[in-house]
Ligand binder design. Structure first.
Ligand SMILES: *Cc1c(COP(=O)(O)O)cnc(C)c1O
Length: 427
């Protein structure tokens, strides 16, 4: 549905039923698929024919929903994964081997920071972290001959820094590698990173895309723009025959448009098995059907709460790129002109202790590690999601110890502000 508007894609892209077929995306709750002859099935294994044989590799429900997300992002191919963590791991590991190197924004989700700085380091893949606000020169200096990817988040969770996607894409392409952008917080409703030069987009669909706190999931989308063959020496996995998969050379067989996702499915999903269940894909699709209606409300509530906090005497500072004067206001005007997300962070003048008093007196907003839910929730990252970091690392990652993250849901903004106001009165 390439030529339709985003609102229409959210509702109808991906699954287009034929005459007499189910109106809603069918949940194909089957691990396996039946064939009449071994020859029929052999063609699937050789990737000579398209079709399904085992849900760990592909399932129609998942493919319908992945196709919708690809369409929404303006990409050529996509796949679902069991979680956002799996999506980011697969997106990086699909092109980075032992001995390779990543350049990443230091302002990223704590789970992703752990994944690349600890777990992938054990696999022999090293990372140089750069500030999202670094100069072009500092960014270029972070590259090594073995650098294979650049990684950042459109709006970082929870630091709420906004990535200058064009700056990072330019540096990546100057060094012959793709830019991978985690677009979880902005969603394709508010930003489509491919329009600014990103090559691969990832999502934790657990957040706004599902939006109801119901299903953990992830997605990877390929823009189809990166020319792997032009940098064949850097990407042997895509540009030389895969002995583990019938000697296929993905970049030749599937071209720029399909190589990345086909390799990621045929190799990484086959071997690691982080598949999304078709039930979850169905739930995710229900969320996608209203994403374009929910995101503006999340943004409206986020803006109202940020403005209220900014004017409150007990609040030291507020981070929200929709506030004029915010460090990321200008860059957000460029990349997120219609709004960013519902997540606001702030620090109380009386620090960590005040944060505790505030949080335990909230009545509507619940304390949760979750964000980007229809229901408002809040968190102190230093004592929860980021507790593996010391104070120095917390500061560097943009999440100082006193920081509170509030994820504004889609309730009435007056009720949210009332709740926040009464909780602040206890300090
Ligand atoms: C939550 C999150 C992840 C991890 O996703 P899970 O679905 O929890 O595995 C990755 N990136 C960002 C930006 C997130 O917010």
């Amino acid at each position: 549905m390439r030529n339709y508007k985003m609102n229409t894609k959210c509702v109808q892209a991906g699954y287009r039923p034929g005459n007499g077929e189910p109106r809603q995306v069918p949940i194909i709750q089957s691990t396996t698929f039946k064939y009449d002859t071994s020859e029929d099935m052999g063609k699937l294994f050789d990737l000579e024919a398209t079709g399904y044989f085992y849900t760990r590799l592909q399932n129609p429900t998942n493919d319908y929903v992945a196709a919708k997300i690809a369409d929404m992002e303006g990409g050529t191919a996509a796949m679902l994964t069991s979680s956002g963590q799996a999506a980011n791991f697969f997106a990086l590991f699909n092109i980075c081997n032992c001995g390779d190197h990543i350049v990443a924004s230091s302002s990223i989700y704590g789970g992703t920071f752990n994944l690349i700085s600890v777990t992938m380091a054990k696999m022999g893949i090293t990372t140089t972290f750069v500030s999202p606000d670094c100069t072009e020169e500092e960014l270029n200096d972070a590259f090594q001959p073995n650098t294979k990817a650049v990684f950042g988040e459109t709006i970082a969770n929870p630091a709420l820094t906004v990535l200058d996607i064009e700056k990072f894409a330019k540096a990546a392409h100057g060094h012959g590698v793709p830019l991978i952008v985690d677009n979880t917080f902005a969603t394709p409703i508010n930003c489509r990173p491919f329009e600014w030069g990103a090559d691969i987009v990832t999502h934790s669909t657990t957040k706004y895309m599902d939006g109801h706190g119901a299903a953990v999931g992830g997605a990877i989308v390929d823009s189809g723009n990166f020319d792997w063959m032009a940098h064949a020496d850097k990407f042997p996995g895509l540009c030389t025959p895969d002995d583990s998969y019938h000697g296929i050379t993905y970049a030749e067989k599937f071209g720029k448009e399909g190589a990345f996702i086909n390799k990621c499915t045929a190799q990484l999903m086959r071997d690691f098995g982080s598949v999304q269940s078709p039930q979850h894909a169905f739930i995710l699709n229900l969320g996608l059907e209203s994403l374009h209606v929910r995101m503006p409300r999340h943004c409206e509530n986020g803006q109202a709460v940020a403005e209220f906090l900014q004017n409150h005497p007990k609040v030291a500072y507020v981070n929200y790129c929709g506030l004029p004067g915010d460090k990321y206001y200008e860059v957000a005007q460029k990349y997120l002109p219609n709004g960013s997300c519902g997540v606001v962070s702030f620090g109380l003048k009386d620090g960590r202790e005040a944060a505790e008093i505030f949080m335990k007196n909230l009545k509507l907003a619940a304390i949760e590690t979750h964000v980007a839910d229809a229901r408002t929730c809040c968190l102190n990252p230093a004592t929860s999601t980021h507790r593996q970091m010391n104070d120095e690392q917390l500061k560097e990652a943009g999440v100082p110890a006193e920081l509170i993250r509030i994820s504004c849901g889609i309730e009435d903004k007056e009720d949210l502000i009332f709740d926040i106001s009464q909780a602040l009165d206890f300090i």
